[in-house]
Design a binder for this molecule. Structure first.
Ligand code: ADP
Length: 492
């Protein structure tokens, strides 16, 4: 089966969040499926940001094309991988003015969205659709199916149906419904979309052009990153206004929990850690905690519970609840290792705690892959009280690293973390701690409950073991995706 995977970011080429992790790991896992499960020949299509051009291996330009009035080159290269035999092919769309800019994929250095994002991701969607058409610039390779990911690729299914008359089947995958790619109606014409479909039964959303809605409306099948989130987004609370459309398509909506790349995120082999450890030999985790405390200027104290946070700092993540309860936790001897950026008020609040309690609170802003691995491994527990969470990857990393997560009962968090109580402990199912309501009080109570158990070394060891032994790699998930691909090819 030939699959085109359209995405705006893919680790290790470029990453701002979980989408990149999935785009890096899922194609790899699919291409490695045993022939008995079904062989998948998969290529990624994405923008050629500067970071992508710098990291892509064996890159060569294959053709120059005009897309939506923009002169682009298609570059084919390989995703860097230690095992060269399984390097995934990437088709990168090069247009220096659109994609080679200082700043991030979606916004400038100050976090302000690029004004021409409609064009930048319109071009990505248009190229993805062309690759699925009779006029594909790739002569020797036509996909059977395309998987589009998030709003940045949402117009591809629309172009495929309305312009290219493509026979290729499409799946639109929702990684976060909160980001909808809504733009002024004037973009409809500029992006070459038929005005007649700027309608409730089309890509119109409250008088704007919505890339996300286009994907949800025109794709043959829909999928999202956890079974629970697939249900939640059909409700008013989590549907961001799209619950009606999602409900009408509920038969075509599948939830598959994300996995983790166990080569990147494995405490036994993680190259970022000063010492590796595993479920069978967990003592190395103490050395990582020691080194982390030292590196961050925290008091070196094995007996102080160290709480880790690695996150975008946005309302979604619920971390604005922390400042209210930190004074009590600090008074009781807790330490915090926080890495995150986003909300400037929250950043300032955490910085203020770090200044006042330098031996107990560390706050790092910016994006640091190395530090994120060390916080994950060196902390005793991981804090993630999200208000909504399509899947969440950090709680999965917490499970794998023997750092039980403290999470809210939503989306993929509810699907992946089993609360610790008498019964779950007895059945060796307990893997973390679930906050009942997303409130400061509830979060405090849950963290205190976790710390009490952390002091009981034997019970804690069992909770760590349950998480570390859980099946959270991509292998079995890839089989689920393959089943979805097969369903899409046969039913649509
Ligand atoms: P989301 O995609 O909503 O941001 P996820 O939990 O799905 O949340 O994935 C977040 C990914 O981004 C994880 O791999 C996490 O470790 C990483 N991450 C988030 N913020 C930072 C940061 N400041 N530095 C390094 N990695 C980060």
């Amino acid at each position: 089966m030939r699959v085109l995977f359209a995405t705006s970011e893919a680790y290790p080429l470029i990453k701002t969040g979980g989408l990149a992790d999935v785009s890096g790991a899922l194609p790899k896992a699919l291409s490695q499926l045993k022939a008995t499960d079904g062989a998948v020949d998969i290529k990624i299509v994405m923008p050629a940001y500067s970071a992508v051009l710098a990291k892509l291996k064996h890159a060569k330009t294959i053709t120059d094309i005009q897309v939506l009035g923009e002169a682009c080159s298609l570059i084919v290269g390989k995703m860097p991988d230690e095992n060269t035999e399984r390097e995934i092919e990437v088709i990168a769309i090069k247009n220096a003015a659109l994609y080679e800019r200082a700043g991030g994929p979606y916004s400038d250095e100050h976090g302000v969205d690029w004004l021409d994002n409609a064009l930048r991701f319109g071009v990505l969607s248009r190229v993805a659709s062309l690759l699925c058409s009779q006029h594909s610039p790739l002569q020797n390779w036509q996909p059977d199916l395309i998987q589009c990911n998030d709003w940045q690729t949402g117009l591809a299914p629309a172009y495929m149906k309305l312009i290219d008359n493509s026979n290729v089947k499409s799946i639109f995958s929702i990684h976060n419904l909160a980001f909808q790619g809504c733009f002024d109606a004037s973009w409809v014409e500029k992006l070459g979309l038929p005005e007649a479909h700027f309608d409730i039964n089309g890509f119109e959303y409250f008088d704007q052009l919505s890339f996300l809605k286009a994907g949800l409306f025109y794709a043959d099948q829909l999928c999202t990153v956890s079974p629970n989130y697939a249900h939640e987004i059909q409700t008013e609370k989590f549907g961001f206004g799209l619950q009606g459309l999602l409900k009408t398509r509920s038969k075509e909506l599948t939830g598959i929990l994300n996995g983790i790349d166990t080569e990147e995120w494995n405490p036994g082999t993680d190259v970022h850690l000063p010492k590796n450890y595993s479920d069978a030999r967990i003592t190395g985790k103490k050395a990582v905690k020691h080194a982390l405390q030292q590196q961050l200027g925290l008091q070196i104290n094995a007996d102080a519970p160290l709480l880790g946070v690695v996150s975008r700092l946005t309302h979604q993540k619920g971390l604005d609840l922390l400042p209210e309860i930190m004074p009590k936790l600090i008074k009781n001897g807790c330490q915090f290792a926080i890495l995150g950026s986003g909300d400037k008020v929250l950043e300032a609040q955490f910085n203020d705690f770090a200044e006042r309690y330098p031996t107990q609170v560390s706050m790092s802003t910016g994006y640091h892959e190395h530090l994120s691995h060390n916080i994950m491994a060196g902390s005793d527990m991981f804090i993630m009280p999200s208000r909504f969470e399509p899947c969440g990857l950090n709680q999965l990393y917490g499970l794998a690293y023997g750092t039980p997560p403290v999470v809210s009962l939503t989306g993929g968090l509810a699907d992946s973390v089993c609360d610790t109580n008498e019964l779950s402990l007895k059945n060796n199912l307990a893997t973390g701690f679930v906050v009942k309501n997303v409130s400061a009080t509830s979060l405090l109570v849950t963290i205190e409950r976790a710390i009490d158990l952390w002091k009981n070394k034997k019970t804690w060891r069992q909770i760590q073991k349950n998480g570390m032994q859980a099946n959270i790699g991509w292998n079995s998930r890839a089989v689920d995706y393959l089943a979805l691909y097969e369903k899409t090819l046969t039913e649509n």
